[in-house]
Design a protein around this ligand. Structure first.
Ligand SMILES: *Cc1c(COP(=O)(O)O)cnc(C)c1O
Length: 376
């Protein structure tokens, strides 16, 4: 059986968790949390990184920091995970969905401006499969209309757009370290903060509305309730698990890329004769091989291929049901313009097994089966 995903594990995780326990500081912001924050800051060049309990929570923090009020609108794709929209809905905000580009599955930057109203407060690009959205255009629109940019970079760690790390363009960037992502801590994430001016408020919101972060650093004698907030900081044991992988980030990424390229080359002949389609990565985007997907002719062919692979002990899965067609999406959001590609392309997309530890021979075997499927 070839699984679709296996959580990343490099070997040092248990040792580091043991160290966190020996430190007698297993709550948030211990040694390993600080190490992870510093590593991400150095790697991405962001102003400040705060490890969080999930990417969902990082996005919720971003919506709080952006001061989203009831009725405020955030422009985003409908082809995304629920958290992208829910963080705004929780504040009474309205997700305004625009269509995606069929080539990258990212929101179509050319459709953003027409969706702007006097209630629009933010643009929320989602870097699908770790491939960057058109950030030059998006940042230009945001600047001209005085909007915030909150990047859902859940899948985007180690990826760049024109040489700059995803998650560092907007006011806020959100990473995920869920077990399905390139690096994991079980459940976890990070909030990347571009400008210094938001850091103090972010620390307070993350620490239940208190200034405990300052207290820990010895900057004040006692801490107190300053603002609204919640508990968005992860246990240092989880951070210890993550740190073992961040130390091996290049190795993990290289291994994933090797699998990604092997899929691509192996399946190229099928794409060339138009049997199916391969993913597209723009020249100026460096990706992290978060995902390898193909596109079948339609949903019916996809179902048959999933079944065929399953019979051959290979687990392949599809991805999001577009949010504007989901019960909560219908209730809380709206789609601006025509759904030309979101539904159609989402129904064709099939994700193939991809994880750290997937062997080249397994990739070959999966490709052989796909060729067999398309042979008749
Ligand atoms: C995984 C993912 C999330 C949610 O991440 P969690 O850490 O599980 O909260 C949000 N958005 C996208 C695009 C994702 O892929």
């Amino acid at each position: 059986m070839i699984n679709f995903n296996v959580p990343p594990h490099t070997g040092k995780e248990m040792e580091y968790i043991g160290q966190a326990v020996a430190n007698q500081k297993i709550c948030g912001d211990g040694e390993f949390t600080q190490k992870c924050n510093a590593w991400i800051e150095k790697k991405t060049g962001t102003g400040k990184c705060l490890l969080t309990t999930s990417c969902t929570h990082a996005t919720e923090m971003a919506a709080l920091l952006a001061d989203i009020q009831p009725g405020d609108e955030a422009i985003m794709p409908a082809y995304t995970f629920v958290s992208t929209a829910d963080a705004f809905v929780l504040r009474g905000g309205v997700p305004v969905f625009v269509d995606i580009r069929p080539d990258t599955m990212n929101l179509d930057e050319k459709l953003i401006e027409a969706a702007i109203t006097d209630r629009t407060r933010a643009i929320v690009p989602v870097h699908y499969a770790g491939v960057g959205c058109e950030m030059d255009t998006i940042m230009d629109i945001a600047k001209r209309h005085n909007l915030m940019v909150i990047e859902d970079a859940a899948q985007g760690i180690m990826s760049t757009y024109k040489g700059k790390a995803l998650g560092t363009f907007g006011e806020f960037g959100c990473f995920s370290f869920h077990e399905t992502k390139n690096f994991s801590m079980g459940e976890g994430g990070a909030l990347l903060i571009r400008d210094e001016k938001y850091v103090e408020e972010a620390e307070i919101i993350r620490e239940k509305g208190t200034n405990r972060s300052k207290y820990y650093r010895g900057q004040i004698d006692k801490y107190t309730w300053i603002n609204y907030g919640s508990s968005y900081l992860p246990s240092d044991m989880n951070a210890a698990y993550l740190y073992a992988q961040l130390e091996q980030a290049e190795e993990i990424t290289d291994a994933r890329k090797a699998c990604w390229n092997r899929y691509y080359e192996n399946l190229m002949p099928l794409a060339e004769v138009g049997k199916m389609e391969l993913p597209y990565v723009p020249e100026h985007c460096e990706h992290n091989a978060h995902m390898f997907y193909i596109k079948t002719a339609d949903i019916e062919e996809r179902s048959r291929l999933i079944q065929f692979l399953k019979e051959n002990e290979i687990l392949a899965v599809f991805h999001y049901i577009p949010l504007h067609t989901a019960p909560a999406g219908l209730k809380f959001g709206r789609f601006h313009g025509e759904d030309k590609y979101t539904t159609k392309e989402s129904e064709r997309l099939l994700r193939l097994p991809m994880y750290y530890g997937l062997r080249p021979q397994q990739v070959d075997c999966i490709c052989e089966k796909i060729k067999e499927f398309y042979a008749d």
